[in-house]
Design a protein around this ligand. Structure first.
Ligand code: DXP
Ligand SMILES: NCC(=O)COP(=O)(O)O
Length: 238
């Protein structure tokens, strides 16, 4: 069964728009779990424009499902992750000025760097995942640096799904198969939504986890958070 981890960055973005504490990201995380989320994902960035480092520390005290922290392993991020010790750290090569994550790691070019980062996290008992494009060599590179999992970057799937689902999924099937053959866990995320999630989950073998934020929080405006989480979980049922 694929686990649904809800990314609550967007909730923090709304809160930050007014400077107060509405919506309360801690309460939202607890409610997501109460409504069936099997994990909470956050993606702190150095400018703290979405989730803040203080939120991450506070969330660690209350999250009872899987806590996943995503981000670029710059010094501030690494210090935070090593202090908080989440269940999983997902390494994402996002540039500081990028609106959102827009590519996976080149695990071959950054082999030495990633090997060191992964070893540091694993020494603290933190499961590691590397955000990669659906390219077999990048998956092999993730295995070579010692990662426990890969997270397949699904924006290209989401874009191409609208034209041709079978073509859109093909590279992901190959990458997923390679990951499983190498003994890696398999996560996926970015722009997954109620339209494209079921097809992805039905066509990718061994999908351990999806992390979903933007579309899920947008859908919650119409359906409410509880119904929305149920709807997303239903897409993952086999
Ligand atoms: C790695 C990834 O694709 C997500 O973490 C994405 O960055 C969502 O976070 P934002 O919505 O804050 O961009
Ligand atoms: N890792 C992907 C994630 O956490 C959420 O991405 P999105 O659904 O906000 O695009």
């Amino acid at each position: 069964m694929t686990r649904l981890s809800v990314n609550i960055n967007k909730v923090a973005t709304i809160r930050n728009a007014r400077g107060g504490n509405n919506p309360d990201v801690i309460k939202v995380a607890q409610d997501c779990e109460r409504f069936g989320a099997e994990g909470i994902t956050v993606h702190p960035r150095p400018d703290e424009r979405h989730i803040r480092y203080a939120d991450v520390r506070a969330l660690k005290q209350v999250v009872t499902t899987e806590f996943n922290i995503e981000g670029n392993p710059v010094d501030g991020f690494m210090n935070l992750v090593l202090e908080v010790k989440p269940d999983q750290a997902t390494l994402v090569p996002d540039a500081i000025d990028a609106i959102t994550s827009n590519a996976g790691w080149n695990t071959i070019a950054h082999k030495d760097y990633l090997t060191e980062v992964i070893a540091t996290l694993k020494k603290e008992g933190i499961r590691t995942s590397i955000f990669v494009d659906p390219i077999e060599e990048m998956v092999e590179g993730a295995a070579a640096v010692g990662a426990d999992r890969v997270e397949l970057y699904t924006e290209p799937y989401a874009v191409n799904f609208k034209q041709n689902p079978a073509e859109a999924i093909a590279a992901y099937q190959k990458a997923a198969k390679r990951a499983k053959a190498l003994g890696l866990g398999l996560n996926a995320g970015h722009d997954l939504d109620l339209e494209n999630l079921r097809y992805f989950s039905e066509h990718i073998e061994g999908l351990d986890e999806v992390s979903i934020g933007h579309a899920l929080i947008c859908d919650a405006l119409y359906y409410g958070l509880e119904n929305t989480i149920r709807l997303y979980r239903r897409q993952l049922e086999k």
